[in-house]
Write a protein that binds this ligand. Structure first.
Ligand SMILES: Nc1ncnc2c1ncn2[C@@H]1O[C@H](COP(=O)(O)OP(=O)(O)OP(=O)(O)O)[C@@H](O)[C@H]1O
Length: 787
């Protein structure tokens, strides 16, 4: 300091410099402090970095979801002092309950909305859907969470380049084992939550899969089909999933395809939903009629399907038909099967009530799903019309080199006859199942499913958790064994060459000697989840539970669809009843599988007041109902719609069915007439337009001819004019030449004239000169003489 002072002193001199010196001192001091701070902070961060392990989890990948769910249950996370509210969800199925703290309850009434991102609705007293509000810590805040003896620093942030969410977890540890443990635990918790749900993914325009929704599993028993059909499919699918080695040993591509075809509203989508739930598989849906679908997109989608999943191609027949309206479509392709029209009407007639989930997956077809969490991957609208899917592209995508293996392919169609045989050949579609309109037997079974019976089991919410969790675990066990390659697969089905559609259709309609597994199923479960649209109604059935499965099944099932191999031979019946109990692979108590938030919604209190019918009464009413329903005239969806109208009054449902049938027939007749009238109108309109177009074309041709003639004349005229112009120019040139010639002649004349003139002038000049000189000479001589 002294040295500095001695340096500065001479420059400033005197006492005036002392304040400057003080200032300088301050500057130096401040600089020193700041430098020390920076050095210590960088040393600290260096120290921290060398001891902290940090893992980053991007929103685009699954671990992010696992950890968000895990975090949402940590009290430290919930105690965040800076939070944001969202209606987005973290858990499988968008369950947000774990975000809730006691004081959140009031927020439940915060907002009413038509839709919710999570898809979880709690109808309020007026039946309006209620949006759940979730609290989450804000971005860029760090939280410290104690986990297994370690302090975790958790931070939510955003990636700078893409703007997507990211989770960073740091921990002081020598190895990353603790982080691995954390991820594993989060994964297990997440999966345990998912035990009662299936995830639905939709293809987007960029060839990627987007998580779109999560649904409660639908019990297989809630699907009313020919006895044995569901079990047969389940058995076949399970058999397939265990047979990877068998396929590999024989060099057969490890794929299996199921073609579900038949009338609308007969349970195709519902069956797939239920099977996926039973097999613990997620569903990947591609809508082949999407405007953006192309060979390349489909190929890349098929390559990205996970090893074990249900791949669903909806409305296969619509793949190459650019029609958005099924009715238009069917009128366009009407093959003369009047039944088609009827079925459409049939579905339409009851659609309002059935709330059918024919939109079970279709509801997301637009991919603009507000519930989509990864929406940044795709445009939700304004996609250009670039459907360039070709049949060969589809075939290649299904079983080309890039296609993934291990998936169960389900394809649905209402128009089997429109499918190219190449598409439905064995290897692509190995098992075909035909779905028809409801038979009397189905009507009776549906009725039994709907109404509670006194001897039924207690409601599902009273069933013990172990019973609950056992519902689907058997498939999980198999799944795991399959993964370890432990079990010996049975031989897959043998196929015969393609017999063609007609033969197949004939074969599939026969009834059979299938054992009645519905009646004898030991694992009875209730119909608690029909569809999101039916959730409230379905929940009413909780009170009665399992009526369908425990009450005797209708005695004499009429001919119903049965699954066949492609050759038309029926699949073998399962040798044993389906296993009803098995062990869970994860400790659900530990990981939250028993979380009641994942149980179906509670029953509607008004419906629980319905007095359960006794068994005899139920059988009688069900029979009466079935007697009133004509064989294979109405779809199951239509019957379901009718029953929903009478869900609180089974007697009315049974007694009013005949009147309903008459009403439906009248309505169908009316709709048919309207359709015919519309078709006649449209035909006349088309004819008129065709004629107008023809006349226009004619007029256009005539006009074109005239225009051509005019052009020709114009061209001639122009040519003539050109010639005249040329002639004129020639004339002018000639005249000019003549004039020039004349001028030249004149000039030469003038020149010669002027020449002669100048000559004569010169001569006269010469003579003048001569005379002058002579004169001078004479005067000189005279003067000299005078002298
Ligand atoms: N066999 C059935 N058992 C139980 N419910 C059924 C059955 N068939 C239809 N339903 C009910 O009808 C509604 C529509 O069924 P679903 O969507 O599965 O029919 P679909 O055959 O796939 O129709 P589409 O061909 O129009 O897609 C659902 O709510 C479902 O619960």
């Amino acid at each position: 300091m002294d040295a500095l002072k001695s340096l500065v002193q001479p420059l400033i001199g005197g006492s005036a410099g002392s304040s400057v010196v003080d200032g300088m001192k301050l500057v130096v001091l401040g600089g020193t402090v700041e430098t020390a701070r920076r050095v210590s902070s960088s040393a600290w961060s260096h120290f921290v970095n060398s001891f902290f392990l940090t893992a980053h989890f991007s929103e685009e990948d699954f671990p992010y979801d696992w950890l968000m769910l895990w975090l949402s249950r940590r009290p430290e996370w919930q105690r965040s002092r800076e939070f944001e509210t969202t209606t987005r969800s973290a858990g499988p199925g968008g369950n947000t309950s774990s975000y809730y703290s006691a004081e959140d309850a009031d927020w439940d009434h915060w907002e009413h909305a038509e839709t919710s991102a999570s898809g979880i609705f709690d109808p309020d007293s007026e039946g309006r859907p209620k949006t759940r509000v979730v609290f989450q810590p804000t971005y860029d805040t760090t939280h410290t969470i104690f986990y297994r003896g370690h302090w975790l620093r958790v931070r939510r942030g955003r990636k700078q380049d893409t703007g997507s969410e990211m989770l960073s977890i740091s921990v002081v540890a020598r190895s990353n084992a603790i982080l691995k443990q954390l991820v594993l635990q989060a994964k297990r918790e997440y999966e345990a939550e998912a035990v009662h749900r299936i995830q639905i993914y939709f293809a987007d325009a960029h060839g990627s899969w987007r998580w779109t929704d999560s649904r409660h599993k639908r019990p297989l028993n809630s699907i009313v089909l020919n006895p044995g059909v569901k079990e047969m499919l389940l058995d076949d699918a399970r058999d397939f999933l265990k047979s990877e080695k068998w396929y590999a040993d024989r060099g057969i591509p490890f794929r299996r395809g199921y073609l579900l075809h038949g009338v609308p509203g007969s349970g195709k989508s519902s069956l797939i939903h239920a099977l996926a739930g039973q097999l613990q598989l997620d569903i990947y849906v591609v809508s082949l009629s999407a405007s953006w679908i192309s060979d390349n997109t489909l190929t890349s989608l098929m390559g990205r399907v996970p090893a074990r999943c249900v791949l669903l191609l909806e409305d296969l027949d619509a793949a190459f038909v650019r029609s958005t309206n099924r009715e238009d479509d069917s009128s366009e392709h009407d093959n003369g099967n009047g039944n088609n029209g009827n079925n459409d009407n049939n579905q339409g007639g009851s659609g309002g009530m059935s709330g059918g989930d024919s939109g079970l997956f279709g509801a997301f077809g637009g991919l603009s799903g507000s519930s989509s969490r990864r929406r940044r991957y795709g445009r939700s609208d304004g996609l250009s019309d670039m459907n360039t899917l070709s049949l060969s592209g589809l075939l290649n995508a299904l079983d080309g080199v890039a296609a993934s293996e291990g998936r169960l392919l389900f394809a649905t169609t209402n128009h089997l006859e429109r499918l190219d045989p190449a598409l439905s050949r064995p290897g692509r579609m190995d098992v075909w199942v035909e779905f028809k309109n409801a038979s009397k037997w189905q009507a009776e079974a549906l009725f039994r499913n709907f109404f509670p019976c006194e001897e039924d089991e207690p409601p599902l919410d009273n069933i013990s958790e172990s019973e609950l969790s056992s519902l689907d675990i058997d498939s999980n066990v198999e799944y795991q064994r399959y993964g370890n390659g432990g079990s010996t697969p049975s031989r897959p089905r043998v196929y015969v060459p393609n017999e063609g559609h007609a033969a197949h259709s004939r074969n599939t309609s026969s009834a059979s000697n299938y054992p009645d597994h519905n009646g004898g199923s030991p694992s009875s479960i209730s119909l608690w989840s029909l569809s999101s649209g039916l959730a409230s109604s379905a929940s009413s059935l909780l009170s009665g539970v399992s009526s369908a499965m425990n009450s005797p099944v209708p005695s004499s099932p009429s001919p119903l669809p049965i699954p066949r191999t492609h050759s038309g031979s029926p699949l073998a019946a399962p040798s044993q009843p389906l296993p009803s109990d098995s062990k869970d692979l994860v400790d659900k108590d530990q990981f939250g599988a028993t979380n009641t938030a994942y149980l179906p919604p509670p029953p509607d209190p008004s419906l629980t007041k319905i007095k359960p019918l006794d068994k005899k009464q139920l059988a009688e009413l069900a029979k009466r109902f079935a007697d009133g329903v004509p064989e294979e005239e109405f779809s199951v969806a239509a019957l379901q719609g009718y029953l929903l109208k009478h869900k609180a009054n089974p007697e009315n449902a049974a007694n009013g069915v005949e009147a309903w049938v008459i009403g439906e027939r009248e309505m169908r007749e009316r709709l048919k007439k309207e359709k015919e009238a519309r078709e006649v109108r449209e035909k006349a309109l088309r004819e008129k337009r065709r004629k107008e177009a023809q006349e226009k074309e004619k007029a256009k041709k005539a006009q074109d001819k005239k225009d051509q003639e005019l052009e020709r004349v114009k061209a001639l005229l122009a040519e003539k004019e050109k010639e005249e112009e040329l002639e004129k120019m020639r004339q002018q040139l000639k005249e000019k030449e003549e004039k020039l010639k004349e001028a030249q002649e004149k000039k030469s004349e003038e020149d010669s004239k002027s020449d002669s003139e100048s000559k004569s002038d010169k001569e006269s000049e010469d003579s003048d000169e001569k005379s002058d000189s002579e004169k001078e000479t004479s005067s000189e001589s005279s003067s000299s003489s005078s002298d």
